[in-house]
Design a protein around this ligand. Structure first.
Ligand code: NAP
Ligand code: FER
Length: 336
């Protein structure tokens, strides 16, 4: 192993608009050696998530922004290969925020255990991980739907959106998903049990919503922003709630895009808009994880993973995530 090199993907340069392969570079380094209190971990799955685009941008953020040459931010599911800590043994599975890397030596207290009884290890960064937590708390703690409410979710076939819609169904909502292809629309209705789907690329979202829910939209879980959100705002019901989870349609925009500015609807409809970050709910993750795992076991929650094979393919997969090429939670399989 001594002559084996570790690999990491770095941000070679800051993207201007849509990222390109030239914005990423592989950096090789000597294999790390764990010191006292540390673990040597090997990445099994690298999670690719939209927030990473924000880290590549300069400007205000809750987190540190990347500078050219820095390792790309990210969370991985990893296996403990050497342990210099009593907290973990060789073979344990952990979650670690080591970025886009194949190997790392990390303090044992900086990683979290993955309960392999709850599901396949890949779900630790998917339906049972950060995206699943986002769906659970964004819906149940921010939007707080009531049975009978019309719930609209955008990026509806994705890691977060698919879980939002299914928890909405469990809670008695009439669920409408907005997605970017007929295949994704069929999946959320036929496989996941959404009441209806709108393909925003071929249909008029505002008109379809007016037809599907004549009494208006009570809850909107916004993953995308832009013109889809404008169309949902046209249809908000009295006392409606909007949760701003993400604005992926804007992440690659070099200049802020202006919309129709139809916020008067909030005055007329006495509506509420609230943004949130999943990390606000960290202390409650275990209860959410146990409930989602229970729903998966009961067959009430299904999930889809889009697994790209090979560490070298991470940039291309990430670029595709920002234009909807993924279908389900996007992961890179890095090792067996
Ligand atoms: P995802 O939905 O699995 O993948 C992203 C999807 O976004 C794509 O598949 C694509 O689906 C859609 N999309 C891409 N470009 C778009 C555009 N221009 N217009 C409309 N839709 C577009 O990703 P995810 O991990 O579940 O994340 C979904 C959203 O949640 C993101 O906005 C993310 O930033 C946000 N998020 C927020 C938090 C938080 O703490 N607030 C935590 C996690 C995620 P289509 O083919 O359907 O267009
Ligand atoms: C995300 C989008 C945005 C996300 C976090 C943010 C955890 C936070 C951005 C900021 O504070 O600038 O998908 O996921």
């Amino acid at each position: 192993m001594a002559d084996y090199l570790n690999r990491a993907w770095t941000m070679a340069s800051r993207p201007d608009g849509e990222p390109t392969p030239a914005n990423f570079a592989i950096a090789e380094s000597a294999m790390p050696e764990p010191k006292h209190g540390e673990l040597l971990i090997r990445t099994l799955y690298l999670s690719l998530d939209p927030y990473m685009r924000g880290r590549m941008r300069s400007g205000p953020s809750y987190a540190v922004v990347l500078e050219p040459g820095d390792v790309m931010t990210g969370e991985v599911v990893a296996r403990v290969e050497k342990s210099e800590s009593p907290l973990y043994k060789v073979g344990d599975t952990v979650l670690a925020k080591i970025g886009w890397q194949e190997w790392a030596a990390v303090g044992a207290h900086t990683v979290k255990p993955v309960d392999t009884e709850l599901g396949p290890v890949s779900t630790g960064v998917g339906v049972l991980g950060m995206p699943g937590m986002t769906a659970y708390f964004g819906l149940l703690s921010v939007l707080k739907p009531r049975a009978g409410d019309t719930l609209v979710v955008s990026a509806a076939s994705g890691a977060v959106g698919a879980v939002v819609g299914q928890i909405g169904k469990i809670n008695g909502c009439f669920v409408i998903g907005v997605a970017g292809s007929d295949e994704k629309c069929r999946y959320i209705v036929d496989e996941l049990g959404f009441n209806a789907a709108i393909n925003y690329k071929t249909q008029n979202v505002s008109e379809e919503l007016a037809q599907l829910s004549p009494t208006g939209v009570d809850c909107y879980f916004d993953n995308v922003g832009g013109s889809i959100t404008d169309a949902v705002f046209d249809n908000l019901a009295l006392k409606s709630r909007v949760a701003i989870c993400g604005q992926i349609s804007q992440y690659n925009a070099a200049e802020p895009q202006l919309g129709p500015r139809n916020l008067s609807v909030l005055t007329r409809m006495r509506g509420t808009v609230e943004g949130f970050l999943v990390y606000d709910f960290e202390l409650q993750y275990e209860i959410a994880r146990a409930r989602i795992a229970g729903w998966i076991k009961d067959g009430r929650i299904k999930y889809k993973e889009d697994i790209v094979d090979g560490f070298e393919n991470a940039p291309e997969a990430f670029i595709g995530l920002l234009t909807g090429k993924n279908f389900g939670k996007l992961l890179v399989k890095v090792s067996e």
